[in-house]
Design a binder for this molecule. Structure first.
Ligand code: AMP
Length: 429
């Protein structure tokens, strides 16, 4: 049997990993400036956690979870999303009692047994943020502003913010009754999945891709027409603040999101350029919203919360389209000779690395000309051979590999001065 990565799970190789690191480093720096601290939860959780939070009649729990029985006969699940594990940790460690307001972010792999296509994988990576402890619409908008800033800093164009509200407990009964009445005549034509959704979670039908339902979905009553006073005021505040921050959005009455725990504000960021769409149908790069009941429903205190999750695989795909990832080459490449001075050359490489410089050599050795070719290939800026003469004179002839072939440039630098000389060159890169 030929050994291969599990279907839907990708190896990330250089140079793409450099782009991942750039995205992650940008996130850590930016999220830090917004007051969000990192939380890391285990990759597996009790299955029950997702059933109770994401919801039984959802695609994730119904079809997509990697669920196993462990050796202790417990049902455990590879996490399909990050909000429920974060809420579990928040409750378990009593964080709500220790501080009134908590802002967390997380970053890592998630697992869903999904049908694969561009931008849809079985192991994928999410960057998410959660804010616990306030109902204030400013918290919703801060999170939306954070996502918008992240795309801006990374230079991702053409992402549109879609906004909706799902109301809360007092909105739902009247809305669900209207929705049920609307879809009732179509039950006979529905698939088993859609029938189950109709019976147990009617709002899910708005997400359905079934051809027979599309017309009815387009004509379905919208939740914004059923909002209770509190949810309406909240939504108005969110919209006012977005306008104040000059964050454009489109109202999307169909945006219900695929998870049960949302209340009030929901939003998505969708990549939708005019013309070619690099992500095909997987254009949603970020989704989020409020989940004011979740912490309490999972056995914790009354703590309203709001958050989002962003698909990093899709984001990296976009960035790769915008600019090809480039390998960062060494500042100096040292060519070695067979002979007693090779050990000194290697010691020099290590010493310069300890001084903070990216310096490399080729452990295979070989002809100096060949080593210089390899130095050019890996994008080194300078090249210097280190052999008997250099060792005796304590001086290297450093070639500038960026100089044109017909006008070579080199400089003699003493071994003592080399680290300082490299520091100066690094600054003028
Ligand atoms: P969700 O947790 O379903 O709201 O997803 C949030 C974001 O994660 C989506 O907008 C996608 O960008 C990303 N995402 C979700 N599922 C996948 C998947 N199977 N493969 C890649 N990215 C995904």
């Amino acid at each position: 049997m030929k050994l291969q990565a599990v279907k839907g799970m990708n190896d990330l190789l250089p140079p793409a990993t450099a782009l991942w690191q750039h995205v992650e480093a940008t996130a850590r720096a930016l999220f830090g400036r917004y007051g969000f601290q990192e939380v890391r939860t285990p990759m597996v959780e009790a299955t029950e956690l997702f059933v109770r939070s994401v919801g039984e009649v959802t695609d994730i729990v119904g079809k997509e979870m990697y669920t196993f029985t462990d050796k202790g006969d417990r049902s455990i699940t590879l996490r399909p999303e990050g909000t429920a594990p974060a809420a579990r940790a928040y409750i378990e460690h009593n964080v709500g009692n220790l501080e009134p307001l908590t802002r967390w972010f997380y970053l890592g792999p998630m697992f869903r047994y999904e049908r694969m296509k561009t931008g849809r994988y079985r192991q994928f990576h999410q960057l998410g943020a959660e804010a616990y402890g306030t109902l204030d619409p400013a918290q919703d908008v801060e999170l939306i502003a954070l996502v918008a800033a992240f795309f801006r800093v990374l230079g991702v164009p053409d992402v549109t913010l879609h906004l909706n509200t799902l109301g809360d407990g007092s909105t739902r009964p009247a809305y669900l009754a209207a929705l049920k009445a609307h879809f009732e005549p179509l039950v006979a034509q529905m698939s088993d999945d859609a029938k189950l959704a109709f019976e147990r979670n009617t709002m899910r039908l708005l997400d359905s891709k079934e051809a027979a339902l599309q017309e009815a979905i387009a004509a379905a009553p919208a939740i914004v027409d059923f909002l209770d006073e509190g949810s309406k005021a909240h939504f108005d505040d969110v919209r006012r603040l977005l306008a104040k921050l000059e964050l454009p959005y489109v109202l999307d009455r169909r945006l219900v999101r695929g998870l049960d725990y949302y209340t009030r504000t929901t939003f998505e960021f969708v990549y939708a350029p005019a013309g070619d769409n690099a992500l095909g149908t997987a254009g949603t790069v970020c989704g989020g919203g409020r989940y004011d009941r979740l912490v309490h429903d999972l056995g914790g205190p009354e703590k309203p919360a709001v958050g989002f999750a962003m698909g990093l695989d899709r984001l990296v795909l976009l960035l790769e389209k915008l600019r090809a990832p480039k390998r960062e080459g060494p500042l100096l490449f040292i060519g070695t000779f067979d002979g007693p001075e090779r050990d000194d050359a290697l010691a020099l490489v290590m010493r310069l690395r300890d001084a903070g410089h990216f310096v490399d050599f080729d452990p295979r050795g070989g002809k100096l000309g060949k080593q210089k070719e390899r130095a050019s290939k890996v994008g080194a800026r300078f090249f210097a051979g280190y052999g008997g003469d250099e060792h005796a004179s304590r001086t290297l002839k450093v070639d500038d590999l960026s100089a044109p072939k017909d006008a070579p440039r080199s400089e003699h630098v003493s071994l003592e001065a080399l680290a300082g000389w490299l520091s100066k060159e690094a600054q003028t890169a």
